[in-house]
Design a protein around this ligand. Sequence first.
Ligand code: SF4
Length: 470
Amino acid sequence: MKSEICNLKLVIKSFGCQMNKLDTALVASSLARAGFDLIDGLKEADVVLINTCSVRDHAEQRVISHLGHLKHIKESRPDLIVGVIGCMAQRLGDKLLEHEAVNIVCGPAQIPQIANLIKEAIEKNKKELAITEQIRKPAPQPDSDALEEFESAYGIDDKAIPGQAFVRVMRGCDKFCTYCIVPYVRGPEVSRPPEAIIDQIKRLADAGIKQVTLLGQAVNCYEYKAAEKTYSLADILANAADIEGIEWIKFVTNYPTEKYFDQILQLMPDSPKVCPYLHMPAQSGSDKILRAMNRRYTAQWYLDLLDKARSIVPDIAIAGDFIVGFPGETDDDFQATVELIKKARYKNCFVFKYSPRPGTTADKRLQDTVPPDVKQARNIELLAVQEKISEELSREFLGKTVKVLVEGPSKKPHLNAAESNNNPQLVARTATDHIVVFNAPESLAGRFATVRITKTTPLTLFAKLTESQE
Ligand code: SF4
């Protein structure tokens, strides 16, 4: 393979969630090892891959507009190969292949084939389609083996954030929230074998990684049945915590369920490596809307679960997600969400305006009744309620000394340059996933540091460096 595609210049553009970013990293790593030259600018590119997201309409529209731009470029450079990979590729399949700009359509389960697909598209000068025909059926053994091998081989090359890596522990989802496309584009829930995950984390630790974030659409539902034992996420966390060199372990995203909840949460006070951070979306505070979303809990049950988390881990930081303007959401339903947010006291939360996704149950059965301006107003109101809470919680950090893992130079200008001592402004995170900004040498990227918090805003803590560590 290497000789035929050696030195082809490749650009990869990625949309969507952390799961997609991880896929992008795996594809980039596999193609770099196959001889491709990864570059940033379109001008020089021989191949452009777009890793797509179908969770929101907005993300798909951005891909369509990008493809329009590439079609224009291809008028003067017809040899340019354009591949669409990821969830949108699986959702639209051959419809996407009809687009004039597109040469390759490759679903999330077919990414191990990507180098071959590019080679075939170039050599045979024809369009290539690789998606899963029956997405809700368990993948045939050769395909799942290929995906597992691909993950193990290339899952240790991600250099996006120094000192950190993301490790997928499960694929797909079986929850079928009515608004969500994920079960239809990523297929059934499959937990990876514990030994493959632990081996990958050991290799990451050997390569100098200090923090791993375990990924799954409902990561706390990880369950792997072996001959004599059923492994849960608590087992994976406990084994990962035994690995020398790994100092912090986080895991996202959690589905609200009691199964394994105590075992997972109990690891936080018991092991300093398992970070006291829980991202657990509620989506709504109205029981009627939760039912319509097929979320399998009530608002009170969810709040009781948060109370339980705080009784086990008093200093835990909790983050949430909400959808506003779900079909049938009345003012009273929305007020119930406002009340839930006030009681939950999240560190931060993400708010999304409902948009119908073709193929989901909500799109098939429910009318998108809430007007756009009402969705917008609810979005703004919810963020304002949360901002006040985030501000209060952030203020509790003032004057405290905290340990952070440094990510690298901050992209946003935050601090007064006069205070900087000519050091760049770095961004880092605490074990509770709070963002901290401070001035220090860039060489701290990927290392732990101790800082004193001097100023707070709702979403950012500002600090002074007191000590840096290896
Ligand atoms: S848990 Fe629900 S929202 Fe999350 S990926 Fe699965 S179906 Fe989608």
